[in-house]
Design a protein around this ligand. Structure first.
Ligand code: PEP
Ligand code: MN
Length: 331
C-alpha cells in the first residue's frame, strides 16, 4: 500500500507512523509511505493523518499506473525524457571506453549529429574474467572530459555497489546492467542518490521481477528510474537474445516509467540493429540505446553488434520517419 500523509504531519510524526507500520518512507511534497501490497486497509489509529492511499494486488506499486497514471519525466543530464514529450532519445557510443582517441571520435559523432547523450562502459560486466574488463576510473575520467568539452550527457554502468559513487561523480546516469539487476546492494546504493538510474532487464527476468528491481530504487526515494529492455535468453541461438516487444507493450500499459530499448545487445549482430530499431521506435518509446564504434572490427567488447559511425548515422535517418508516423520525434 502507498500512503500520502497530510501535509501538516511533522517529520518526527511521519517517522513514527512509518515505523509503526514497517513502511519505506520518503518525503517529496508530503511524506510518502510504502508497505507491502499485503496491507489492504489503513490502520484506524492513523486514518486521520492520511490524505490518500492506494491498494495493490502485488508489489508493483510506485512504478504502477494505478498510483501515477502519467508517465514520469526523468532527466538524462540536461535532457528530459518521458512525460508527455513524445520524444525518443537516440543514445549512442561504444560498448567500452577504450582510449581517449576512440571516445573522442564517439563524442564527435554524437555532437556532430545534434544528439545529446554519449554512453560507454568502463566497468564491464564480462562473462569471462579473461576478457577486457574495462578501463575503470581512467575511463570514467575520459567520459567526464567528453562531457565537459562537448557538453554531452554521459551514461555509464556501475558493475557493483562499490562503483556507484564514482559513477555518480563522473556521469549523468547510472546504468545497472542485465546481470547486476538482481544485486540489491547496487539497487539500494542507487536508491540513496537522486541520480537517474537506467535499469536493464536481466535476460531471464520476468516483467514483475524487472519492475520490482525498479521498486527498490523508487522506494528509497529516488524517483528517477528508466527501464531498458535488452533481450531475453530463449531457445534460439542464431541471434544473441530475443527482444521482448510484448514485454514493452506490457510495461507501457502497466507502469509509469520511461522505457528505452537496446536492440544492439538483443540482436548481437550489427546487420539486425537498424531494422530492429525501426520496430522499437514504432512502439512509441522514450529512447533507443545503440552501440557504435569508430572501428567495430577491433572493439574490445561486443564487436559483432557495434555499428560503424556511418551505419549509426543511417540508422537515425531511417528511424526519423518511423517516429514521426507514431507521433514521436527523435532527439
Ligand atoms: C552493455 O550495455 O554494454 C551491457 C553489458 O549490457 P547488458 O547489461 O544489457 O548485457
Ligand atoms: Mn555492450
Amino acid at each position: 500500500m502507498i500512503l500520502h500523509l497530510k501535509k501538516s504531519i511533522s517529520d518526527e510524526r511521519a517517522t513514527e507512523i512509518a515505523n509503526s507500520i514497517n513502511a519505506f518512507h520518503f518525503k517529496k511534497e508530503q511524506h510518502v509511505l510504502i508497505t507491502g501490497a499485503a496491507m489492504k486497509e489503513v490502520p484506524g489509529a492513523i486514518a486521520g493523518e492520511v490524505e490518500g492511499f492506494w491498494v495493490f494486488d502485488n508489489d508493483i506499486q510506485l512504478a504502477s499506473k494505478k498510483y501515477r497514471s502519467a508517465k514520469r519525466s526523468v532527466s538524462i543530464g540536461k535532457t528530459v525524457i518521458g512525460g508527455e514529450s513524445n520524444k525518443t532519445i537516440l543514445i549512442g557510443g561504444p560498448c567500452s571506453v577504450e582510449s581517449e582517441d576512440q571516445i573522442r571520435e564517439s563524442a564527435e559523432l554524437i555532437k556532430g549529429m545534434g544528439l545529446t547523450t554519449l554512453r560507454g562502459g568502463c566497468y564491464k560486466p564480462r562473462t569471462s574474467p579473461y576478457s577486457f574488463q574495462g578501463m575503470g576510473l581512467d575511463g570514467l575520467k575520459l567520459l567526464a572530459k567528453m562531457r565537459d568539452e562537448y557538453g554531452l550527457n554521459i551514461i555509464t554502468e556501475a558493475r557493483d555497489a562499490t562503483h556507484v559513487e564514482e559513477v555518480i561523480e563522473y556521469s549523468d546516469v547510472i546504468q545497472v546492467g542485465a546481470k547486476a539487476m538482481y544485486d540489491q546492494g547496487i539497487l539500494r546504493a542507487c536508491a540513496k542518490s537522486s541520480k537517474t538510474v537506467l535499469i536493464k532487464r536481466g535476460f531471464g527476468t520476468t516483467l514483475k521481477e524487472f519492475v520490482q528491481a525498479a521498486e527498490f530504487v523508487l522506494s528509497g526515494g529516488n524517483e528517477n528510474v528508466i527501464l531498458c529492455e535488452r533481450g531475453l535468453r530463449t531457445f534460439e541461438t542464431n541471434t544473441r537474445f530475443t527482444l521482448d516487444l510484448c514485454g514493452v507493450a506490457w510495461l507501457q500499459e502497466n507502469t509509469n516509467l520511461p522505457i528505452i530499448l537496446d536492440p544492439s545487445h538483443a540482436m548481437g549482430l550489427a546487420y539486425g540493429v537498424t531494422p530492429l530499431s525501426k520496430a522499437c521506435v514504432a512502439m512509441g518509446i522514450d529512447g533507443l540505446l545503440i552501440e557504435a564504434h569508430p572501428n567495430p572490427k577491433v572493439a574490445k567488447s561486443d564487436a559483432a553488434q557495434q555499428l560503424t559511425h556511418t551505419e549509426f548515422k543511417e540508422l537515425l535517418e531511417q528511424v526519423i520517419p518511423v517516429a514521426k508516423a507514431v507521433g514521436f520525434e527523435m532527439m
